[in-house]
Design a protein around this ligand. Structure first.
Ligand code: PEP
Ligand code: MN
Length: 459
């Protein structure tokens, strides 16, 4: 996020404008997974959030759209990554820095292997709400409302914590602000120095004792040496672009942060650079698709294994009627067992029907299992296999495998089975911190980057 993108964004989105551009149409449509807020309290919160400063600027959003257009054309590769669900308590300097460093480390490896820029997008600074399969949770004989993310209610299993509270939306905004502020400081203040990030990667490769990883780290070392010898100014590239994103789940929040860009008079959702629509809220005629069809941000749609070409083209027509490069990303999340069967028909069908989208791979959400000991987990090998399938499918079709969408943390958690550290079912209890889906830990994330680097080099 360069700081010289001075596009201003009007702070007050007038109700007249909202009505005239259909920005309030979603309120008349079916909106799935909205919490049962008190309407009076919610109205007060919406009024408050309508007056707060934007989190991102329109010019930055436009820049990301152009970066995603490059990725769709095969001239860049996207890495979108972060927590399944951020928490207010997790927004510490150490936690944010560890996540950011993990993403930057992965990006260096992927940049080298892809020989193209890597577009870095955090599932960060706003990923505070979750769709849930049940409205309630029962433990022993007690049934309470389900935890829906820190933007909605608390995780503790008590009636007080689980009560939904719209004022948490304000706290989600404030926590996003603090997170993004730190991210901007780290990514522009020299914490992203290529040479230093590479040194961390070399340390990781050496710690695994893996000949393959060490060979790649050595190759990158030599490339950096070559850059220096050829006169590259490392000081000048200490600033990296980093964008924010989250699932646009809670529509009153997204609507309150939607503002008119004073340059163009067009609406931008200023809660993040990119927003995506989840697998459970992607009803074509529903509220989520409608609201996002009216903002200028790049939009993603998660596509599970039941997605039809007609549905996918419905999203193209609604969300990208002008076929604008970088506007629409399809994030496939098929599962390792399904991707090779399901993705080819979808990609070729969309291509044949004239859709021009960026295809990225979420290898997490189609591979969630319950371990024998009862943890919600994923197998590292399944995650990698889905990515491999994604590359195979696009290679066979001659289309562009444009990026990855992953759930990870910078900490040494034990939430996903396998990887070089060989996490077993019995190890999951050691440090299972996630309040929602299991995430790759720091090591597993770097390992994934090294494995995907090999796939990129074989493209
Ligand atoms: C998620 O990204 O955390 C999520 C819930 O994904 P999906 O909508 O693909 O199930
Ligand atoms: Mn998740």
């Amino acid at each position: 996020m360069s700081t010289d993108l001075g596009a201003s964004t009007d702070l007050a989105a007038s109700t007249d404008l909202a009505a005239s551009t259909g920005l309030d149409r979603w309120e008349t449509l079916d909106a799935k997974h909205q919490p049962p807020w008190d309407p009076v309290e919610l109205a007060a919160v919406r009024a408050e959030l309508s007056a707060v400063p934007p989190l991102v600027f329109a010019g930055e959003v436009d820049l990301l759209r152009s970066r995603l257009a490059q990725a769709a054309a095969g001239h860049a590769f996207v890495l979108q990554a972060g927590d399944c669900a951020e928490t207010f308590a997790g927004a510490t300097a150490d936690g944010i820095r560890a996540r950011l460093r993990t993403i930057l480390q992965m990006a260096v490896t992927l940049t080298y292997a892809a020989s193209t820029p890597v577009v870095k997008i955090g599932r960060m600074a706003g990923q505070f709400a979750k769709p849930r399969s049940s409205d309630v949770e029962t433990r022993d004989d007690v049934t309470l409302p389900v935890y829906r993310g820190d933007a909605v209610n608390g995780f503790a299993f008590t009636p007080e914590a689980r009560a939904v509270d719209p004022y948490r939306l304000v706290r989600a905004y404030n926590t996003s602000t603090a997170t993004l502020n730190l991210v901007r400081a780290f990514t522009t203040g020299g914490d992203a120095d290529l040479r230093e990030v590479h040194t961390w990667n070399s340390g990781f490769a050496a710690s695994t004792g893996s000949v393959r990883y060490e060979r790649l780290a050595t190759e990158i070392e030599r490339a950096i040496g070559f850059m220096g010898a050829a006169g590259a100014d490392f000081e000048a590239i200490r600033t990296v672009e980093f964008f924010s994103s989250h699932e646009a789940l809670l529509l009153p929040y997204e609507a309150a942060l939607t503002r008119t860009d004073s340059r163009t008079g067009r609406p931008y959702d200023t809660s993040a650079h990119m927003l995506w629509i989840g697998e459970r809220t992607r009803g074509l005629d529903d509220a989520h698709v409608d609201l996002l069809s009216r903002v200028r941000n790049p939009v993603g749609v998660k596509l599970g294994p039941t997605t039809t070409v007609d549905q996918a083209m419905g999203y193209v027509e609604k969300l990208d009627p002008d076929r604008e490069p970088g506007r629409l990303t399809f994030i496939s999340r098929m599962g390792a067992g399904a991707i090779r069967d399901v993705l080819p028909g979808l990609v070729s069908g969309v291509e044949a029907a004239g859709g021009q989208v960026l295809w990225t791979c979420d290898p997490m959400h189609g591979n969630t299992i319950s371990s024998p000991s009862g943890y919600k987990t994923r197998r590292f090998d399944d995650v990698i296999d889905e990515v491999r399938g994604f590359f195979e499918v696009h290679a066979a079709l001659g289309t562009v495998p444009g990026g990855l969408h992953v759930e990870l943390t910078g900490d040494d958690v034990t939430e996903i089975l396998g990887g070089h550290g060989k996490i077993l079912d019995a190890d999951l209890a050691t440090r299972y911190d996630s309040l929602c889906d299991p995430r790759l830990n720091h090591q597993q994330s770097l390992e994934m980057a090294f494995l995907v680097a090999e796939m990129l080099q074989q493209r």
